[in-house]
Design a protein. Structure first.
Length: 237
């Protein structure tokens, strides 16, 4: 068997050892992406450049969203370049940077909220991180242990994502429309659905050489879930 055919073989068709090795690579790369994301956000958060960037992005939100969606498109496309590891890692790296940048306005907002409430901002961020980690871990174990095929969720998740994007655009166009905590909770649930969907799909429909793309898919759900969990945590009295 050639290396290329091995790399493009679906995980469901691979041997047990090959699937285990594939999943190890997926979660190692996921961990690396998360650590890189945290490190980059920390640098930006503690720098004047990051603060200025956050202020600029906060006043140009629709442009930021368009740029973020474009970055996500190219990142995903590159990450699936099976015969080009360089492009795969460029795709993952691009998405990590994009997520760090889009978080800046929220982090500065949470910093202001924490100061107004007289609590350390690290408490809010830490709480959101723990909630996100426990939720992601629980859903991942559910998908892995149950071995249930959650791919049927794909169409519904896609439609709900388009609906959520539409609501975000409406809230931007009509500045008086506030999405609020209910929307944030709905987005957390939506991302939970994506965790089940991606975890299940990775085990069945992803080629065993696509560990970079698989880690990107999971990272996107964790980052987005954390975003809305942090919004909820910061809004508590």
């Amino acid at each position: 068997m050639s290396y290329v055919s091995y790399q493009t073989r679906m995980a469901a068709q691979a041997t047990v050892n090959e699937r285990v090795e594939f999943l190890k690579k997926v979660y190692v790369h996921l961990g690396g992406a998360i650590l890189g994301w945290i490190a980059l956000m920390t640098v930006l958060y503690n720098s004047s450049f990051g603060q200025n960037l956050a202020s600029s992005l906060a006043s140009n939100w629709i442009i930021l969203m368009i740029a973020f969606m474009a970055a996500g498109h190219f990142a995903s496309k590159w990450a699936f370049q099976m015969g080009n590891p360089t492009k795969q890692y460029l795709g993952l790296g691009l998405y990590v940077v994009a997520q760090a940048v889009i978080f800046m306005p929220l982090l500065m907002y949470v910093k202001a909220i924490a100061a107004a409430k007289g609590v350390p901002v690290t408490n809010m961020i830490g709480s959101a991180g723990i909630i996100t980690g426990v939720t992601f871990g629980g859903l991942t174990l559910t998908a892995l242990v149950s071995k249930k095929d959650f791919s049927f969720l794909g169409r519904a998740l896609q439609l709900l994502s388009f609906a959520a994007l539409g609501m975000i655009i409406v809230s931007w166009v009509f500045s008086g429309v506030q999405l609020g905590d209910f929307f944030a909770m709905a987005m957390v649930v939506l991302m939970g659905g994506y965790v089940l969907y991606y975890t299940s799909t990775i085990m069945r429909q992803f080629p065993i050489g696509s560990h970079v793309a698989a880690s990107l898919a999971l990272f996107s759900t964790i980052a987005t879930m954390f975003y809305y969990v942090l919004m909820l945590v910061s809004s508590r009295d």
